[in-house]
Each structure stands twice: as C-alpha cells, then as structure tokens.
Design a protein around this ligand. Structure first.
Ligand code: HEC
Ligand code: HEC
Length: 262
C-alpha cells in the first residue's frame, strides 16, 4: 500500500492512469460487441403455427382482425405479407403498435425471438410472402461494401442520408438511422418496404445486392475514422465544415502572425 502511495506523485502517474482507463473502456466495448445477438432463419413446424395463432389472437387481433384479414381504417390485412414482414415489424418493436402517429415507431421488442418466429409462421401460413432470410444471405462478411455503396447511393441515400445516418421526410415522418439495425432487419426492410419506404424486391435489387448494401452499412457502423461525424449529412455539408473551420483557422493564424511581425 505504502509502496503504491509513494508513486502517486510520480511524473508518469497521470499517463499510466489514462492508459489504464483506456484499457478498461476498450475491454468493456469489446465485451459488449461480442455479446450482440446472432440470428438465424429457422424452419417453422405445425406447432409453431398454432402457438403463433394464439399469440396473434391475444396481441394483434384487436387491430388486424382475428384471421389477420385487417380492419378497415385501423390496420391492414396481413394475408400474404410473409414471415419477413412480421419478423421485421415485431423484431424492431414497431408492432404491436401502441400510439398512433405519423409512423409506427421502433421500440424495445415485446416478444422473444422464438415467439416472433411463431407469429411469423402463423402469418406465413395465411398466404405466400417473403420468408425470413438465412444467416448466409445477410452475412456482411460475404458482401462487397463498394458495390453496396453504389446501390445505396442510388436507391436509399435520398431518404436515409449518404451513409445511412437517417433523415427527416415530409409530414412528420423520418427515415431512421441504419447503423444499429441488424443485418436481418435491413434485408427484411428492403423486402417488405415498411410504411413510407418503397419495396425493393429481388428483381429490383437481387439478394447479393442486398447483402452488399448490408456490408456497406456495417462498414459505416465501425465509428468515424476522422473523429466527429458532424451529423453524417453527407460530403457537401461535411466539406463545408472543413472549409469554414479549417480555412477560418488558417486565415486567423495568418492574420495573427502578420500582425505580430509588423
Ligand atoms: C394498435 C393497433 C395494432 C396492433 C395491436 C398491431 N398492429 Fe400491426 N399494424 C397496425 C397498423 C396501423 C399497421 C400499418 C402501419 C403503416 O403501414 O402505417 C400495421 C402493420 C403491420 C405489419 C406490416 C404489414 C405490411 O404490409 O408490411 C405487420 C407485419 C404487422 N402489423 C404485424 C403485427 C403483429 C404481428 C402484431 C401483434 C404482435 C400487430 N401487428 C399488432 C396496427 C396494429
Ligand atoms: C422514400 C424514402 C425511403 C427510401 C428510398 C428508402 N427508405 Fe428505408 N425507410 C424509410 C422510412 C420512412 C422508414 C421507417 C419506416 C417505419 O418506421 O416503419 C425506413 C426504414 C428502414 C429500415 C428500418 C430501420 C430500423 O432500424 O428499424 C431499414 C433497415 C431501411 N429503411 C433500409 C433501407 C435501404 C437499404 C434502402 C435502399 C435500398 C431504403 N431503406 C430506402 C424511407 C426510405
């Protein structure tokens, strides 16, 4: 104890402390990122369908109707929307919807992945629709981020921002930030087009293209190598900052140096 206390006023003590703190932060961050969920597509059984029907009757039928046929003016029919739409809507916490507003908002999911799979199996049994993608279809490591960037810029950037930071739309709606979204949910969003987002079916962007987009978005997820993200609005706005702040500093220091020497 005494030996340790004696080093308190050592010149290197602050440096050692900072390094220690950084190591702790890095350790915590690494632990958190490896704990993130791994999702895989599962095959539905008849039992899943019955369980899903029960969950549906208790939680969704009040709006969507007992047979998911929809209620005019309240909620749309779910016949033929497919397992992917259910996995997306319930997995991101948008459904069951609670407050009415311009847009069903994402919340903490209210069901476990098993229950979501059962609900999805039930809705899929009502009519053919897009299935939940397999783990391989959405694996960012298998995609090409450069190709994904091109696809994203032409199809998604006008709403979600050039690197997926999100943006406001008309009538109080907004396109959300996409960095925290799981690869499976990104794929499903394209496949099912939630609310004001258009559908990108496989003729529009093929499954490999979707995976490339996921790879591109996951590459943006790894922090900003340049430091501050500046709102991620895009190269023009960010360039503007560079010009104003950096150029402003250069001019200010030139003036200062000039004033000192004269
Ligand atoms: C309070 C009413 C309400 C409840 C409860 C509710 N929903 Fe919905 N749901 C809606 C509305 C309204 C929409 C349409 C949203 C929109 O497009 O603006 C919708 C849309 C959906 C969609 C998207 C359909 C499509 O065309 O892609 C799915 C899937 C869905 N709901 C599933 C569920 C499931 C599963 C539950 C139960 C866990 C549930 N909903 C509970 C109101 C509700
Ligand atoms: C016309 C504007 C528009 C375009 C174009 C568009 N989106 Fe969206 N997107 C939206 C809106 C609005 C929402 C929110 C819908 C909701 O809350 O139900 C959304 C939601 C999403 C989500 C769900 C995010 C989350 O965390 O819950 C993903 C993922 C997504 N979009 C990906 C894409 C991709 C990839 C493309 C291009 C292939 C694209 N979007 C093109 C408007 C758009």
């Amino acid at each position: 104890m005494n030996a340790l206390a004696r080093h308190r006023y050592h010149r290197a003590a602050p440096v050692v402390l900072v390094l220690l703190l950084l190591a702790i932060i890095a350790g915590v961050a690494a632990a958190v990122s490896t704990a993130s969920s791994a999702d895989a597509a599962t095959t539905a059984t008849a039992d899943d369908v019955t369980q899903g029907q029960k969950l549906f009757a208790a939680n969704c039928a009040s709006c969507h109707g007992l047979d998911a046929q929809g209620t005019t003016g309240v909620a749309p029919s779910l016949v033929g929307v497919g397992a992917a739409a259910v996995d997306f809507q319930v997995g991101t916490g948008r459904m069951p919807m609670q407050a009415s507003g311009p847009q069903a908002i994402a919340k903490r999911p209210q069901f476990t992945q098993d229950q979501i799979n059962q609900l999805a199996a039930y809705v899929a049994s009502l009519g053919a629709g897009p299935a939940i993608p397999t783990a391989e279809q959405v694996d960012p490591a298998l995609g090409d981020p450069a190709k994904g960037m091109e696809l994203f810029r032409t199809n998604c950037a006008m709403c979600h921002g050039s690197i997926g930071g999100g943006g406001a739309l008309t009538q109080g709606k907004y396109a959300p930030n996409l960095w925290e979204t799981t690869p499976t949910h990104i794929f499903e969003a394209m496949l099912t087009g939630p609310q004001s987002m258009p559908v990108f079916n496989n003729a529009n962007i093929d499954p490999e293209g979707k995976r490339d987009i996921i790879a591109y978005l996951k590459a943006q997820d790894q922090g900003s190598p340049g430091g501050l993200r500046l709102g991620s609005i895009g190269p023009v706005a960010e360039g503007m900052w560079g010009w104003l702040v950096a150029l402003g500093l250069i001019i200010a220091s030139t003036v200062w140096i000039g004033a000192r020497s004269s």
